[in-house]
Ligand binder design. Structure first.
Ligand code: PAD
Ligand code: ZN
Ligand code: ZN
Length: 379
């Protein structure tokens, strides 16, 4: 029985930006009050992890254990934890849900204010709520990543950042519900609220963009235009519901003009799923000038800004964004897992590679080369 004891285990530690992950032996302290220690069983690799690897998040603290798209089994719980128990299958939630703050109380909001203390959009602490870490390696403190840190055999999270899922859930698939699938799918159905018969344009065909396509299709969109500079992504996009695929490199005029021409004046819904500020403006310019809605899903580098004339909005356009596809994480994740098990949707099309956790650097190499959609690491 490991409850109450320090666990020594393997973790992929990132000692600094633009370095390979090192598989190290780390110590994971027992969970304190209102914390949960989880044995990770599977974790996906998301571009948001790569943003930290590339050093784009300027306030990020290193060394760090990344990973936020995981699934596992509760090993032990701290005092006062009531929502999960040892042995439960769980998904860590990078977007917490405390159930008490203004954000959680608002029916239309999914932004829990707890996130601000853990890692607000402007300040990433990398620490637990008591300002300490549960991870050490070679006597050094290791920071966590958006209170999830799934690139490790064991992690500790706050109780607001974990939820129990179905006992029979296939963890190697449902880990994608922890970020990529829910973010993309929810961006289409919750944030944009795509309607039957509408036209959509999806910029960027990674795990997020392809999940947007799944959402647009389920919502009944009649045209789904998939856009990527890497034509290798088109086959999968079509398989999942794209009706047309466009590579901006094949055209001389700007991509928004191409989309405007294809759609006689713009799409109803456009989605930026890259994290590129120029493409955020392209997505806005591709939307219908009066009834178009643009959703920013991609995470831009921490200090970047966008500029465009507000007149683009005066004609009636809507520009919005959101985390985790607008889903209230703790309420929605168990439901999404059950829906997946009932085959209301599939994530198989997003799973391109499966590797051992120790092959993590290979997983990131596949992402950099544009060869993978989602690599799932197993332990
Ligand atoms: P990914 O790298 O797998 O996919 C991005 C795709 O965009 C790739 O296929 C690229 O080829 C393509 N691309 C790059 N540049 C361009 C360009 N100029 N024009 C057209 N296509 C281009 O990433 P992902 O799907 O894992 O993540 C996408 C973004 O979403 C990324 O910024 C990530 O940080 C963000 C994200 N946001 C949330 C959220 O809650 N808002 C959650 C998870 C990920
Ligand atoms: Zn993610
Ligand atoms: Zn809250």
């Amino acid at each position: 029985d490991t409850a109450g004891k320090v666990i020594k285990c393997k973790a992929a530690v990132l000692w600094g930006p633009r370095q390979p992950f090192k598989i190290e032996e780390i110590e994971v302290a027992p969970p304190k009050a209102h914390e949960v220690r989880i044995k990770i069983v599977a974790t996906g690799i998301c571009r948001s992890d790569d943003h930290v690897l590339e050093g784009l998040m300027k306030d990020k603290k290193y060394p760090v254990i990344l990973g936020h798209e995981g699934a596992g089994i509760v090993e032990s719980i701290g005092d006062g934890v009531t929502n999960v128990k040892p042995g439960d299958k769980v998904i860590p939630l990078f977007l917490p849900y405390c159930g008490k703050c203004r954000g959680c109380a608002e029916p239309k909001s999914n932004f829990c204010y707890t996130l601000i203390s853990f890692c607000s959009i402007v300040k990433l602490t990398g620490l637990m709520s008591d300002n300490t870490s549960r991870f050490t390696c070679k006597g050094q403190v290791i920071y966590n990543h958006i209170n999830t840190s799934t690139f490790t055999e064991y992690t500790v999270v706050d109780e607001s950042s974990v939820v129990k899922i179905h006992d029979d859930a296939p963890l190697e698939k449902v880990c994608l519900i922890g970020c990529g699938f829910s973010t993309g799918y929810g961006s289409a159905v919750n944030l944009a609220k795509v309607e039957p018969g509408s036209t959509c344009a999806v910029f960027g065909l990674g795990g997020i963009g392809l999940s947007v396509i799944i959402g647009c299709k389920i919502a009944g969109a009649s045209r789904i235009i998939a856009i990527d500079v890497n034509s290798k992504k088109f086959e999968k996009a079509k398989e999942l519901g794209a009706t047309e695929c466009v590579n901006p490199k094949d055209y001389e005029n700007p991509i928004h003009e191409v989309i405007m021409n294809m759609t006689d004046g713009g799409v109803h819904y456009s989605f930026e799923c890259i994290g590129n500020t120029d493409i955020m403006v392209s997505a806005l310019l591709s939307s219908h000038l009066s009834c178009g809605t643009t959703v920013i899903v991609g995470v831009s580098p921490s200090l970047s800004t966008i500029s465009f004339t507000p007149r683009l909005l005066l004609t009636g356009r809507t520009l919005k964004g959101g985390l985790f596809g607008g889903f209230k994480s703790k309420e929605s994740v168990p439901q999404l897992v059950s829906d997946l098990m009932a085959e209301k949707f599939k994530v198989d099309g997003l799973l391109s590679h499966k590797l051992l956790f120790t092959e993590i650097n290979k997983g990131f190499e596949l992402l950099h080369k544009g060869e993978s959609i989602r690599t799932v690491l197993t332990f």
